[in-house]
Write a protein that binds this ligand. Structure first.
Ligand code: IMP
Ligand code: MG
Length: 223
């Protein structure tokens, strides 16, 4: 199916037909109110861990953008904010993803207390690589926080220190998360129809040399 998700179309008063290659929203997993309550809990847990000491929040673009913005406004005490960029692509169901990371906006982290903030812990490769890199830069303490953790997908030994919500293994969009660049701006979190994801992949396969993954509903487009 191609078109603006019906739930979003209703919420925003559109008639549908937004011109992006897309997939239908099958389920609103977390409403805006659910998300707000989860971020309240996360902010309280972070302050309990770090106390009143100055904290450097390092957000991961692009998916972590909305979460960082909401989280920092709930953190009392001194906070500085910086962003890094990470993106991973999976060529086939069996090949490991290629992770690309850009860290050039980071301040000097030597001796800093750092909170790394990303949208979702899927395989965990992004978070594990970034934690390693922040430690290498001399941070005194590095903790990691994600809004979402997908069930049964971890490929690394580490787990995030703070998790907002555990969700089932579905492809989700909204609140910063995208499908092919679309739907980051939805104020809620929605699951996409896996048949539509598969169809979008089949379309991609016709002009890509590599076969699209069949058994990896979260592997199409990440940033
Ligand atoms: P990981 O390295 O496999 O943990 O991938 C994490 C990144 O993949 C996240 O920061 C997201 O950008 C992206 N990602 C993983 N699952 C989804 C999803 O369901 N929807 C949108 N993006 C996702
Ligand atoms: Mg990301």
């Amino acid at each position: 199916m191609v078109g603006y998700p019906a739930a979003a179309a209703a919420a925003w008063g559109f008639g549908g037909g937004f011109p992006v290659r897309g997939a239908d929203i099958v389920d609103v997993l977390l409403s805006a109110a659910d998300l707000a309550a989860g971020i309240d809990r996360l902010a309280a847990a972070v302050r309990q861990e770090f106390g009143p000491r100055p904290l450097t929040v390092v957000g991961v673009l692009t998916g972590g953008l909305v979460l960082v913005s909401d989280l920092i406004r709930r953190l009392e005490g001194p906070v500085q904010v910086s962003m890094v960029w990470a993106s991973s692509y999976r060529g086939t169901a069996t090949a490991p993803g290629t992770l690309e990371i850009r860290l050039d906006l980071l301040p000097d982290l030597a001796g800093q207390e750092v909170l790394l903030v990303d949208d979702i812990f899927d395989t965990g490769r992004t978070l594990a690589a970034l934690v390693r890199e922040l430690r290498r830069r001399g941070a005194a303490r590095v903790r990691s926080l994600v809004l979402l953790r997908k069930a049964g997908r971890a490929e690394v030994a580490m787990q995030p220190d703070f998790v907002g919500f555990d969700i089932p293994d579905a492809f989700v969009v909204g609140y910063g998360l995208d499908f092919d660049g679309a739907w980051r701006h939805l104020p809620y979190l929605a699951a996409l129809d896996s048949a539509d994801i598969a169809a979008a992949r089949a379309g991609q396969r016709s002009h890509d040399a590599e076969p699209a993954p069949q058994a990896d509903p979260a592997g199409l487009s990440r940033a």
